[in-house]
Design a protein around this ligand. Structure first.
Ligand code: GLN
Ligand code: ZN
Length: 758
């Protein structure tokens, strides 16, 4: 029989209730009992909603107060030992300290969960760790679902994935050595869950979609053979890519079920069908858990019928992955244009799609004729919509030359011309773009948005902010100034709102980590820039000072990466459209006399595909899009880019290929390790390694900056060094910012005297 089941539902809630709850608890407005009660209510509301929508098996274990990777570590007694906490007696306060740090211990590190924007807490592995399985926290939730009479299925992260995603604390220690002991703890955990009545248990192993070393693959097979000895009906689940390379050993396991992501990797089913064991359940992930588009139900029904005939039985039906990565409910979007709304499906709508396919499979297509007609209508209007398809944009993109554009002259010649034009000192100082977003600024923007403040008054208020920001930077003594970004709520949303092809939601939140959520714009159509966006602000800022003011833009790859992107065009092509629109803006900035233009690409690294064989193609088109955005600039215009908070050392050739005249990067957190990678690679252009961490609550000291600069100078020639903070300053106060930047400028003044080339 075909069932509809889920790997997870958005735990944040329809109106970010979890965020509100967590903040209330952290601020002491709610005690531990209140936290537990309200969390339970939220989870139960989500189960009841899923049950009401006809889901046959809800997930238990997808809800988390902070992070489900942390929750899994807790079940296994595998918390970082440096905190000294007892997993089986963990208080709520201690639980949050693991994620947020305490007086003596830094928080666990955070990393992006595969290629999503969700950040998990990184497990910390040590050679002499002992595990101890205690399913109680999960069993509590399991019993809640039982009490409500809701059929459920515990979901765990698998041992391979948990181990892979963590880091070995001791140098030279190979964490793979822990797998047998960890597996035993899982076996124990499965025993506790089955004893409490769990029949099906899902274990997620998304690490299988990565390029794993052969010893990891061999060890994975062994670990899973041990897990399968458990009396539970185990479903191995993977998502975010194909795992057909592992079809041989996975088919040979005595598994009760296998879940495959058939949205990202529909063709992998064939590899498993060949030797499919009789009686095993295939869970077909056929509704996209990573995006917001309504499914083409005709196509999905056909796909499911094909699976049924290949595998001999009807598959279970599921979203491709947990709906954690998808917004909650489209019905809340009362401001979205009606036609756009008919093209979308958020989590609640995806449950209905699954249910419809289930009915179609059981009762025949005629039973779902209305739904099929609705889906056809949506596909058809989307295919033809004049809101989506702008022939002018498509013509421009197809007229582009195959090769990425180049600047007129190579870097060395440009640098000489720019030096002459900008007349900058050795070690020029600058900032990354944003200055403090004060309460007054946020109130002004809100009043303008709500119509309480008119256009003229808003412009006037923003000009005052810009003028004050420029005056402060001059007083501090910075060399290349910025206008401060007071008009921007967010570096993506601001540009998305000014370009065609992007829509905005009221409540389309997706959890990023803990209580933090993001609300990505929806990139549904062809992108064009109807009118200049930043030009007047930049022109005004430049009119106030003789020093160069940087024009400031978010780059094409970052705009793409931090949006929900249309699925009817290749991403590369969508990115080219954005790049063309930005190019118009960049050329207008140049024409307005702006001599330095920064194109931020903090998301360049995270767009990198999970598998190595797909990476070169991505880097090619991403680099080409950046260069397209900067095409036709004069040699005398200096292009900057900025990147932060990611592992850049493995994409240095691509970063160099951007051919920005200057890159400012975050390095102080990693103690300049990244800079050394730039040095080893012989990065050819100018570079501004961040000399202090803008997140740190402690004021940076001159000595610390000086020592970072010394290290920078040992790997990058001093004529090619800039000095700047790690990232934008919008989250800091003016007092903090002025103190830190004065220290920075002071250090640079001393160093200039010492280091002046003979
Ligand atoms: N220009 C942006 C700022 O200063 C860059 C932000 C970022 O790197 N994420 O805020
Ligand atoms: Zn940054």
């Amino acid at each position: 029989m075909t069932l509809v089941h889920l790997s997870g539902f958005p735990r944040i809630g329809a109106k970010r209730e979890l965020k509100t709850l967590l903040e209330a608890y952290w601020h002491g407005e709610c005690d531990e009992a209140g936290l537990a009660r309200q969390a339970r209510e939220l989870r139960q509301r989500h189960w009841l909603l899923q049950r009401g929508a006809g889901v046959d098996r809800v997930a238990v274990g997808d809800f988390s107060l902070y992070d489900h990777v942390l929750d899994n570590l807790r079940l296994l007694g595998a918390l970082p030992r440096r905190f000294g906490f007892e997993a089986s007696a963990l208080s709520a306060a201690q639980y949050f300290e693991l994620g947020r740090g305490n007086a003596t211990q830094q928080a666990m590190a955070m990393k992006k969960w595969f290629d999503t924007n969700y950040h998990y807490l990184v497990p910390e592995w040590e050679a002499d760790m002992h595990f101890h399985a205690d399913a109680s926290p999960l069993l509590e939730q399991w019993r809640e679902a039982q009490a409500l009479g809701i059929p459920a299925k515990p979901v765990l992260i698998g041992p391979l994935t948990l181990l892979w995603l963590g880091r070995s604390l001791e140098a030279g220690f190979d964490r793979l050595a822990l797998l047998p002991a960890l597996t035993s703890a899982y076996v124990e955990l499965l025993g506790q869950l089955t004893a409490a009545g769990a029949d099906w248990i899902q274990i997620d192993e998304p690490a299988l979609v990565l390029d794993l070393p052969p010893d990891w693959v061999a060890a994975a097979g062994e670990s899973w053979r041990a897990l399968c000895a458990s009396p539970a009906r185990l479903m191995l689940a993977s998502y975010f890519g194909p795992i057909d390379a592992h079809a041989g050993w996975i088919n040979a396991l005595p598994l009760a079920g296998l879940h495959l992501d058939l949205v990202r990797a529909p063709h992998q089913a064939a590899a498993f069908a060949a030797n499919w064991p009789a009686g095993r359940v295939l869970s077909a992930g056929i509704i996209d858990g990573r995006n917001v588009w309504r499914a083409d139900l005709d196509a999905v029904l056909a796909q499911v019928h094909a699976l049924q005939s290949t595998f001999g039985t009807a598959p279970w039906l599921a979203p491709s992955c947990s709906l954690l990565h998808c917004p909650y409910d489209l019905a809340q979007e009362i401001d979205l244009a009606q036609d756009i709304k008919t093209w979308l499906a958020f989590s609640v709508q995806k449950l209905n799609e699954l249910k419809t396919i289930q009915r179609g499979l059981q009762l025949g297509a005629a039973a779902i004729e209305n739904e099929l007609a609705g889906s056809r209508y949506a596909c058809e209007t989307r295919r033809r919509s004049l809101r989506i398809h702008l022939p002018r944009v498509q013509a421009q993109v197809s007229a582009l030359a195959a090769d990425a554009p180049r600047r007129d002259s190579p870097y060395a010649q440009r640098a000489a011309l720019q030096r002459e034009r900008l007349a900058l000192p050795l070690l020029p100082t600058t900032t990354i773009g944003s200055f403090p977003q004060t309460a007054a600024i946020r109130e002004t923007r809100a009043a303008y948005r709500q119509g309480a403040l008119g256009e003229a008054a808003y412009q006037e208020a923003m000009r005052r902010e810009i003028a004050s920001c420029i005056a402060r930077q001059e007083a501090i003594g910075l060399d290349v100034l910025v206008h401060g970004e007071a008009e921007r709520n967010d570096m993506v949303e601001y540009f998305a709102a000014a370009l065609t092809g992007f829509a905005h939601t009221r409540l389309g939140w997706v959890q990023s980590y803990g209580s933090r959520c993001v609300k990505p714009p929806i990139l549904f159509g062809d992108v064009e820039r109807p009118a200049p966006i930043t030009v007047e602000w930049a022109r005004y800022a430049q009119s106030l000072t003789a020093r160069p003011v940087k024009g400031m833009l978010t780059g094409p790859v970052t705009l793409l990466q931090w949006s929900f992107v249309r699925d009817d065009l290749p991403r590369a092509q969508v990115c080219r459209q954005i790049a063309l629109a930005l190019n118009a803006e960049i050329l207008d900035l140049e024409a307005a006399g702006i001599a330095v233009i920064q194109v931020d690409e903090p998301a360049l690294r995270e767009g990198l595909p999970l598998r190595g064989d797909e990476r070169p193609a991505y880097l090619d088109w991403a680099v080409a899009a950046f260069r397209l955005a900067c095409r036709a600039l004069a040699d005398t215009t200096q292009v900057h880019t900025h990147m932060c908070y990611a592992e850049f050392s493995d994409i240095l050739p691509a970063i160099a290929a951007l051919d920005a005249d200057v890159i400012t990067i975050e390095t102080s957190r990693s103690d300049m390790q990244l800079l050394e990678a730039f040095g080893n690679f012989s990065y050819p252009n100018e570079i501004g390694p961040g000399v202090y961490d803008i997140h740190s609550p402690r004021p940076p000291t001159a000595a610390a900056m000086r020592s970072l600069l010394d290290r920078a100078r040992s790997v990058i020639p001093v004529e090619r060094l800039w000095v700047n903070p790690d990232c934008g300053l919008k989250t800091r106060t003016w007092a903090e910012v002025e103190a830190a930047l004065r220290t920075m400028v002071g250090v640079v003044r001393d160093v200039r005297r010492e280091w002046r080339p003979a």
